[in-house]
Design a protein around this ligand. Structure first.
Ligand SMILES: [Zn+2]
Ligand SMILES: [Zn+2]
Length: 498
């Protein structure tokens, strides 16, 4: 039959033809790879599907068919092709589907996998099904946990308290990429909040420069490599130190040290650790209220530039290291802890956000870079971030210098006084891998009151996910595994304490 329900005029009946040949492949082991003795091995690995639905969707098939064609091509070229398949069966997609249909994932996911497998076999991929893996199988996630332990020992998996995006509907942490205009990607009508939680991170930022350097050799289009380079976001600049009469100095990161003479105020992220100390008694109420309000916002909408500027004055001042002038210290939601040092020197004459903020808060705006036809007195009706052929003005000792050269010289001069240094900064963040959810491989770490975080000995892997009747996430931000006391209370492998 063809798609119209009529017998195919050519007599071709895919139902019987495909079955016949797929059975033949099965009998002859056509797709069995010779793993031990292949003369010309070719490993044709493709993404494993999440079995988080009733069956495959056409996007899965689209991806697998292309990869399968590649495998077949190499087989015809005389390679011994190994094309494995498996199921990425842990994770929030599978768990959410289980919640939606009201069935425990331990029962539902194997059923989905069976259905997916049947469908994948009917497509006729050249997969070697003898080597199927399921990421939910303890024999598999033993190695997920083993990999974690290697990263932990190398100092590349670390636990720290951090501000995170929290979806009240998912009841879990979201990556920045999962927050769309302030809302959850899975719940377009749910506002994402910010919470402070203890989280595990992979410290990928330590590889930022290597990732960037090796992009040069990646066999990808120029546009994709540019997106990736922007995501890593390297910027060269300086850390400058603004001293405070109260005590602790404030360090800011800037890519434009040449504009320091135009820094007329400082802005700290509301979460900055020095805020409490810097806030004067009479400003305390307003600052606390503002910090509470910002804590309820998500990190992504705070980065969106085109909104009304809000902020409050802490009551304190810091010394501009170049001018020596006392500049007021504010807090505002447009400054984030996660980029740079969590504090900025505001240069309203040459930064758009600072300009809007200064206008809204009636703070001084000073020109420190002038282009051809402009001078120190040329009024600023808007921020001028990029002044073509700009040279410094209103910057005693540096007036007339091209801005790039002035940036270097000012950084050097401040460094000589212990008030600055040249640094490289990246936009890339460490990768948060914690999820306050049930359906995943447990992190193989024991928390001991005396020893702190202790790795589970490798001989004791896998740490098997316990069967939990009530696996639903709640609003506490604590994993449902915290309900399984009989499972998590064990002797410390280091000191033996329970
Ligand atoms: Zn959500
Ligand atoms: Zn211990």
């Amino acid at each position: 039959m063809n798609v119209m329900g009529h017998p195919n005029p050519d007599g071709y009946d895919p139902q019987s033809v495909e079955r016949k040949w797929q059975r033949r492949w099965e009998e002859r082991g056509t797709n069995h790879a010779n793993l031990a003795g292949a003369a010309r091995p070719f490993f044709n690995l493709m993404m494993f599907p999440y079995p988080s639905a009733e069956g495959l969707h056409v996007g899965n098939v689209f991806a697998f068919v292309g990869a399968d064609i590649q495998g077949r091509y190499h087989r015809l070229r005389g390679h011994d092709v190994f094309e494995p398949l498996g199921f990425d069966a842990f994770g929030i997609h599978s768990e959410n589907f289980a919640l939606k249909v009201g069935t425990h994932p331990a029962e539902l996911i194997p059923r989905n996998i069976a259905r997916f497998r049947t469908q994948l076999q009917r497509i006729g991929l050249m997969a070697d099904w003898r080597y199927e893996v399921q990421t939910t199988d303890p024999r598999y996630y033993k190695w997920t946990q083993w990999t974690f332990l290697q990263l932990f020992r190398a100092g590349l998996a670390v636990k720290r308290r951090a501000g995170v995006n929290w979806c009240p509907a998912c009841k879990t942490v979201l990556a920045n990429e999962q927050v769309i205009g302030g809302f959850c990607e899975r719940h377009p009508d749910v506002k994402v909040e910010q919470r402070m939680l203890d989280q595990w991170f992979f410290t990928i930022t330590r590889y930022a420069q290597r990732l960037l350097d090796h992009l040069e050799t990646a066999d990808w289009s120029h546009s994709t490599r540019t997106i990736q380079a922007n995501w890593i976001g390297r910027s060269e600049g300086a850390e400058l130190v603004f001293e405070t009469p109260a005590g602790k100095p404030i360090t800011v990161f800037t890519t434009r040290a040449d504009t320091v003479f135009g820094a007329t105020y400082l802005v700290l992220a509301p979460e900055h650790p020095l805020v409490s100390e810097l806030t004067t008694a009479e400003r305390r109420g307003e600052v606390a209220e503002y910090r509470r309000r910002v804590a309820a916002m998500d990190l992504v909408s705070r980065k969106v530039g085109d909104k009304t500027k809000t902020g409050v004055f802490t009551g304190s001042y810091a010394r501009n290291p170049a001018t020596g002038a006392a500049v007021p210290i504010w807090i505002a939601d447009y400054v984030l802890m996660e980029y740079g040092t969590g504090a900025i020197m505001a240069v309203p004459g040459h930064d758009e956000r600072d300009f809007e903020f200064a206008r809204a808060m009636k703070l001084p705006i000073v020109r420190v870079v002038a282009g051809p036809g402009q001078d120190a007195a040329t009024p600023l009706t808007a921020a001028e971030p990029d002044v073509p052929d700009g040279r410094l003005v209103n910057s005693p000792g540096y007036d007339g210098l091209p801005w790039e050269e002035a940036a270097r010289r000012i950084t050097d001069a401040l460094a000589a006084r212990g008030l600055g240094k040249a640094v490289v900064n990246y936009r890339l963040h460490d990768w948060c891998i914690s999820r306050q959810r049930y359906w995943g491989p447990p992190i193989p770490i024991i928390n001991c009151d005396d020893c702190g975080t202790v790795a589970v000995p490798e001989k004791d892997l896998p740490v098997v996910l316990p069967a939990l009747e009530d696996f639903r996430p709640d609003d506490s931000g604590i994993s449902p595994l915290a309900r399984a006391e009989g499972w998590y209370r064990v002797a410390c492998p280091s000191c033996g304490k329970m």
